[in-house]
Design a protein. Structure first.
Ligand code: GDP
Ligand code: MG
Length: 732
């Protein structure tokens, strides 16, 4: 049935391309939905789907992971390849970075070879033009034998034309099968022969394109060989023919057959580029090159990185906390103000329903509110990190850190996982960080990266730091946070070095680092990025954190202690004293009661039980309670702290912030606070991360190992800080 206005055709489209070619930008421009748009490969491991309308068609669009090749060496390549082969989308859009045409065409050649219905989006055309690269689009289209549409994905330019081309190709995919790649007479003959055999095999016919399968077999692709072995009607015959072809090619060229094929593809890509690209007559030093000569400098690069991160922290505190620029208050002050009003509004319940009152104010407002109070700081931090990402600076950080990482037995791509986990300050999460290790080909590199990535400062650890820093280091907040950031890298690199020497030994693999051109970030991109991450944080506070806060409250509220001895003491006091003295005494008694209650509770007993060990690091029983909560999610450390301190202190001025309460508590000191910061930074990854490590490493043993070693390491570090601090006379 021909498409009409009333019955749109439903088509499936897949977006393929090199990392950083603009796939996700194109996906967003086509589907109108917003997803993280980053500058480093490896974030788009998971598949994303959306819908695009155009030309009377509805396209279900999938954003495939970015790859340079489809050889199925890495998880991404396998995902992308299997999708095209098995799902057989109606059209594949290959996003090609016009400014790096030759390298990008290498992937296009492989998609062409798969005989998939293809449309090339010649993206970053603006960058190419700025570099005065003159690309003949029509020529390119005719050489490849597929439609080519120039686009600027991040601005949505060219998407309409692209959809039109997609609709056209999808309308008659068989007619739009691209031209075949020629490898020269000798190879083509072997390929043709093998393909002929494959097309007559009952098990393979109709399942794979014969020519593609033949090339893959000659390329010694093990995944394909396995599939042939299990699916072919006569696997022996095909194996023998493939071996014959390989042998023939290798004797003819005196080279491995896979190199012959790879060279053929490179040759094709280079040839296409020579035909349709005119370079500027005077070699152009681009703006990106000029900036890179400074930011990627051997010595200058690391110094700039350190300055950038320090600047980031300073500005975050100024904007979120110190400057009263929002109607006379700072954003943080507004948040505190809101929660004070909220707690006050519950006070009428205290007499009528003490249990409900405690659940609401101590459990929910204390727990969730404690986490929510940091939203302004987190939001500003996320916004700054989003700007860094969108400009392309994060890719430079990876480049600068690469050299350093190698010394510690990590590899270049590890940096991506670490940055995603929060390595730039506090904008990350270890769950996608662990997933980003999929880009590492070498299993051992991957494992070590997975084990150290959770040591980075993820968004959830920030509130703990911020709360303690506000309490004990109010005048030097940014500087302390900066020290914490440095420490996280030192600890992570040290841990990697030890793990590499002691637990996971093995060779390192070399790797080419990407340096995409700098971009001026778009306001919309930064806002979407910031909003997405902040919303994820808020949503977590409203769900997981809420649930566990309530559970923790129960554990802290029950079993109840007998109130009568305290009532008796109050009665005695009332008989003997009066006026202000009486008020003070009653409050002291109530405080004793609340503390006795908390100590007697399930959580209190657990916390007290750990004191013989935890005292080495200076943690009291209340701190232990909150650290137990942190095993589930790091946000809960602050939340539970809030609950433990509000339950344990019945202050008439109960709306006092947690930071103030700790700062005035004689039990606390700067040394204790810093020891706690170190422990929270390192100890056990949260539950979600553990599950991810389990899944990604394929073994529950590694998840348990990461929890055990991190907790021990964190404790050792905290003891070191605390005992060292005491020895230097810094405590109390
Ligand atoms: P992906 O890794 O392929 O998904 O690439 P992204 O979509 O994340 O894009 C990488 C960067 O390139 C982002 O900062 C985009 O804003 C930017 N970008 C994407 N398309 C274009 C374009 O056509 N021109 C320019 N100048 N920048 C682009
Ligand atoms: Mg992407």
């Amino acid at each position: 049935m021909p498409p009409t206005e009333s019955s749109p055709r439903h088509l499936r489209a897949a977006i393929a391309g090199n990392p950083n070619s603009g796939k996700t930008s194109l996906f967003n421009a086509l589907t109108g939905s917003y997803h993280a748009v980053g500058n480093y490969p490896g974030v788009t491991v998971e598949r994303r789907e959306g819908y695009a309308r155009g030309n009377g068609c509805i396209f279900r669009v999938v954003d495939l992971p970015g790859t340079y090749s489809l050889t199925a060496y890495s998880a991404e390549e396998e995902v992308a390849r299997n999708f095209v082969i098995e799902q057989r989308p109606d059209v594949v859009v290959d996003v090609v970075d016009a400014a790096n045409l030759e390298r990008n065409l290498y992937l296009a050649v492989q998609i062409i070879e798969m005989e998939a219905p293809l449309v090339v989006a010649l993206n970053m055309i603006d960058v190419a033009r700025r570099r005065r690269l003159d690309i003949d689009v029509d020529k390119l289209s005719s050489l490849l034998g597929v439609p080519v549409v120039a686009t600027q994905a991040h601005r949505g330019v060219g998407t309409r034309e692209l959809l039109a081309a997609c609709a056209q190709v999808a309308a008659d995919p068989e007619r739009h099968i691209p031209k075949q790649i020629r490898y020269g007479h000798h190879v083509d003959e072997q390929v043709g022969h093998l393909a002929g055999l494959i097309s007559h095999d009952e098990g393979l016919r109709g399942r794979f394109r014969p020519r593609w399968l033949a090339v893959k077999l000659i390329e010694k692709d093990s995944a394909v060989a396995d599939q042939v072995a299990s699916l072919a009607a006569d696997p022996g015959a095909i194996r023998a023919a493939a071996d014959h072809a390989i042998h023939s090619i290798e004797t003819h060229f005196g080279e491995h057959s896979e190199s012959v094929i790879a060279e053929g593809r490179h040759g094709f890509a280079a040839g296409v580029v020579r035909e349709c690209l005119r370079l500027p007559t005077v070699p152009l030093r681009t703006r990106t090159d000029r900036i890179d000569s400074v930011t990627c400098h051997r010595v200058g690069g690391p110094i700039i990185l350190v300055c950038v991160v320090y600047g980031l922290f300073v500005s975050v505190f100024k904007v979120a906390d110190e400057w009263s620029w929002l109607f006379g208050k700072s954003p943080t002050e507004w948040m505190e103000w809101a929660f004070e009003r909220l707690a006050e509004s519950c006070s009428s319940l205290q007499a009528r329903a003490p249990l409900l009152h405690s659940l609401l104010t101590d459990g929910i407002i204390g727990g969730v509110g404690g986490v929510m109070a940091f939203v302004p700081l987190i939001l500003v931090m996320f916004a700054f990190v989003a700007v860094l990402e969108d400009t392309g600076y994060v890719a430079r950080v990876a480049f600068v850190m690469d050299r350093l990482l190698k010394v510690f037995g990590l590899q270049g791509k590890s940096i991506l996982a670490m940055i995603v986990s929060g390595g730039l300050g506090g904008g990350g999460c270890a769950v996608p960080g662990v997933m980003a290790t999929r880009t590492l080909r070498e299993e051992k590199d991957r494992l070590v990266t997975m084990l150290v990535a959770p040591l980075m400062n993820c968004g959830a650890k920030m509130p703990v730091y911020l709360m303690l820093i506000a309490a004990f280091f109010p005048r030097i907040q940014a500087r302390i946070l900066f020290v914490v950031w440095l420490m996280s890298w030192i600890v992570a690199l040290g841990a990697a070095w030890v793990l590499r020497k002691a637990v996971v030994r093995g060779e390192q693999t070399p790797f080419v680092m990407e340096l995409p051109p700098y971009h001026v970030p778009t306001l919309r991109g930064v806002l979407m990025h910031t909003w997405e991450r902040t919303w994820a944080y808020v949503r977590k506070a409203g769900t997981v954190i809420l649930a566990v806060s309530v559970i923790m409250w129960f554990l802290m509220y029950f079993p109840r202690v007998d109130a009568s001895p305290f009532e008796e003491r109050i009665a005695v006091a009332q008989a003997e004293l009066g006026g202000e003295e009486l008020v003070a005494v009653i409050q002291a008694i109530r405080n004793d009661q609340a503390t006795a209650q908390l100590r007697n509770s399930v959580a209190g007993r657990l916390g007290s039980g750990l004191v013989p060990v935890s005292q080495w690091a200076g943690f009291d029983w209340r701190t232990n309670i909150s650290l137990i909560g942190g095993f589930a999610a790091k946000e809960l450390v602050v939340g539970t702290f809030g609950v433990a301190y509000s339950m344990g202190n019945v202050d008439p001025d109960a709306t006092d912030s947690l930071s103030n309460r700790l700062a005035t508590d004689p039990q606390w000191s700067r040394v204790k606070a810093f020891a706690l910061i170190m422990f929270v930074m390192v100890y056990a990854p949260c539950m979600a991360t553990q599950v991810t490590i389990w899944r990604e490493s394929g073994s529950v043993r590694w998840a348990l190992f990461s929890t055990a070693y991190a907790t021990l390491l964190g404790f050792a570090l905290a003891v070191l800080v605390y005992q060292g601090g005491l020895a230097l006379g810094l405590g109390q």
